[in-house]
Design a protein. Structure first.
Length: 329
């Protein structure tokens, strides 16, 4: 099925994509959002019941519109907020429709083939998340069924030996949830990550660290400083500690939570340059317009340098009027 020429095709229905759709509607653009998963799909894959690290004013689509029972909203409250935003404004969002290819066309626009249709658009905005490819340890046994690269909930692991590997908030929070709900939990972390107290360097948030330390002191959670994971087997994990000693710990479940990366396949296919940025990569784009090196192709969201949800929402509100003005010219 082929569609007529769109002014703007938005790929991704997270906070950035929804903000772009809202701005495009207000500018009178003929737009469409396609999302391979669900609305706010990255947040949908957060652990059940998770408290989001930001306050409502940093996450909401309109000032004062996100109401939460506590200071910070839960995963469920935030999901409901974004879904209601789409429904109440009747935004054009197609979920469970994945973009499969993109190419430039002679008129200067783009042709995008999806799992459902083929679209042509004068402009394309990529607002995809950065959780597509969970990073791997690359060790023997990582492909066992008991190894997970995302944490959902603790209840299947009550009275079982569970290990969380990672040094960020997601790993610390997963270890906390598991320990609180009766799993025999080990947090395996690099010493530098545990000793990091600088919020600007992605230290563990204090509201996670404080109860985590309490569980460690009470003996409900084991903290292991490691140098290398040597092997994962059906019943154990062999670890080289940071002092060089090798230990083998009994284990029923492993959560490898060491970060994720965005899928840049389509951006590369379109000719967008990708450059290193710390431990990850970002597309090359103009910091004012967020237009990439490919004219007419824009980026926004978590895989750019404006990674926080607040900025992911704010950026489309700045660049969509610029896109609209260019189309009118």
């Amino acid at each position: 099925m082929s569609k007529g020429l769109l002014d703007l095709l938005i790929i991704g229905a997270g906070p950035a994509g929804l903000s772009a759709a809202d701005a495009a509607a207000r500018e009178g653009l003929d737009y469409l959002v396609i999302e391979k998963g669900l609305i706010a799909d990255t947040i949908f894959h957060y652990p059940v019941g998770r408290t989001v690290f930001s306050t409502p004013n940093e996450l909401e689509m309109r000032e004062g519109s996100l109401e939460s029972c506590r200071e910070k909203p839960t995963r469920e409250e935030l999901l409901s907020h974004y879904v209601r935003f789409v429904l109440e404004r009747e935004l054009r969002v197609n979920t469970e429709e994945e973009a499969q290819s993109i190419e430039r066309i002679s008129s200067g626009g783009f042709r995008v083939l999806t799992t459902r249709a083929e679209y042509t658009a004068s402009r394309v905005l990529f607002a995809i998340g950065a959780m597509q490819h969970p990073r791997r340890l690359g060790v023997p046994g990582e492909d066992l069924m008991k190894v997970r690269h995302r944490f959902i909930e603790p209840y299947p692991y009550v009275r079982r030996d569970a290990m969380v590997i990672g040094g960020g908030n997601s790993a610390a929070e997963a270890a906390l949830f598991l320990a609180e709900e009766g799993a025999r939990t080990t947090l395996t972390i690099w010493r530098a990550d545990w000793e990091n107290r600088d919020p600007k360097k992605n230290s563990i948030k204090h509201w996670v660290r404080t109860p985590l330390e309490a569980h460690i002191e009470q003996g409900h959670l084991r903290l292991v400083f490691f140098q290398e994971i040597e092997e994962i087997t059906e019943r154990s994990v062999r670890i080289k500690l940071d002092d060089g000693e090798t230990v083998e710990l009994p284990n029923d479940a492993v959560f490898v939570l060491i970060g994720s990366d965005a899928d840049f396949t389509l951006l590369r296919q379109a000719g967008v340059l990708i450059e290193p940025s710390g431990l990850t990569q970002v597309p090359v784009y103009d910091p004012e317009t967020f237009e990439t090196n490919v004219p007419g192709l824009y980026v926004a969201g978590h895989f750019t340098h404006a990674r926080h949800i607040k900025e992911a929402i704010a950026v489309p509100r700045r660049i969509i009027p610029i896109i609209a003005a260019g189309l009118k010219r």
